[in-house]
Design a protein around this ligand. Structure first.
Ligand code: TRP
Length: 327
């Protein structure tokens, strides 16, 4: 019996190579050994203001990116969160178990609420982690592949699962987080102290998966390197280290092989090589992306929702029964 994994991405901005290397690429590798569910979490996306047309466009875009990256709809279920209404229903029920103090601890909330101030932030933003717990617990998920920044949210899902089980009897699987290796944490090209982010202030911070080739060349040219002239892999040169990590991830070569290859050469040569390995991935990737029609992808998402809905329906029934609802 394969273990089940669940993960998701918000359709709230353009995806970049950090999302690919840090998450999606890993999922592609996992889908053979796990029963996989990959979600496009639009309910999460609306916890901050979204433009409706943009949101719709991004939702399909992410699904196409999943497919172009190698997620195989025959092996994995791929669906839109709002297509399975049990996510919202389960969130409400889990809300009655979650405590304000659980949620006030969340660093992501503290960060995101800074913009408007906690008093003026949306209730949805505050409740975001409970919705995420609902996503995970609905499917008896055993393993949740996520980035380090989401571990605290998985911790809450574990707490809520245990709290429910204790109060109402064994109902939920207590999920485990699976965090990818540190080398896969891709940092901003303009600032290696910050994770590569779709909401960065400058677009020169990230390489978008759908950026055009000329723009990618320009972005790599502008990327911060090191203080000297030598290509070396060290914590003292975090910007260079990050670029070598990107080179390594796309080429399959180790950092030391890359350093050796560019020994005695300068940053310019290194960047040329980096551009080549990035484009060797991006160009065929975009070709695959462009070959998928909206119609095809809608079909795949519909099938995905149909595949997972019975699981969600069964779990919510069980939960309603446990808490004393008349069925
Ligand atoms: N919050 C996650 C992120 O921003 C996305 C997400 C939503 C998720 N629901 C999930 C990830 C369930 C894993 C499991 O990365």
């Amino acid at each position: 019996m394969k273990k089940r994994i669940f993960s998701g991405i918000q359709p709230s901005g353009s995806l970049h190579i950090g999302n690919y290397l840090g998450a999606i690429k890993n999922w592609v590798d996992l889908q053979d050994s796990f029963e996989s569910i990959f979600c496009i979490v639009d309910l999460h996306a609306i916890t901050v203001a979204q433009n409706p047309e943009e949101l719709r466009k991004r939702t399909l875009e992410i699904a196409k990116i999943y497919i172009a990256s190698g997620i195989d709809p025959k092996k994995s279920a791929m669906f839109v969160q709002s297509h399975v209404s049990e996510h919202s229903e389960m969130t409400w029920i889990l809300n009655t178990l979650a405590r304000m103090s659980d949620l006030f601890k969340m660093t992501q909330f503290k960060d995101k609420a800074q913009k408007e101030g906690q008093e003026n932030s949306g209730v949805g933003l505050f409740d975001y982690p409970v919705l995420m717990a609902a996503d995970i617990l609905l499917y008896d998920t055993e393993v949740v592949p996520v980035g380090e920044d989401q571990v605290q949210h998985i911790e809450l899902a574990r707490t809520l699962a245990r709290r429910f089980n204790k109060k109402f009897g064994q109902t939920f699987v207590v999920p485990e987080a699976s965090v990818k290796k540190e080398t896969m944490r891709i940092m901003g090209l303009d600032d290696p102290t910050k994770k590569m982010s779709k909401s960065a202030s400058s677009e020169y911070s990230f390489i978008g998966l759908l950026d055009d080739v000329e723009l990618i060349k320009k972005k790599i040219k502008k990327a911060v390197t090191g203080s000297g002239s030598e290509v070396k892999y060290s914590d003292d040169e975090p910007a260079l280290k990050n670029l070598i990590n990107i080179f390594s991830a796309f080429s399959g070569k180790s950092a030391s092989e890359i350093v050796l290859e560019y020994k005695g050469k300068g940053y310019a040569d290194f960047k040329e090589g980096l551009t080549k390995v990035v484009l060797d991935f991006i160009i065929p990737f975009q070709e695959r992306f462009n070959n998928i029609s909206d119609e095809q992808v809608l079909n795949i998402l519909q099938n995905g929702a149909e595949k997972v809905r019975p699981l969600a329906e069964k779990k919510i029934e069980e939960v309603k029964e446990r808490i004393g609802f008349v069925l």
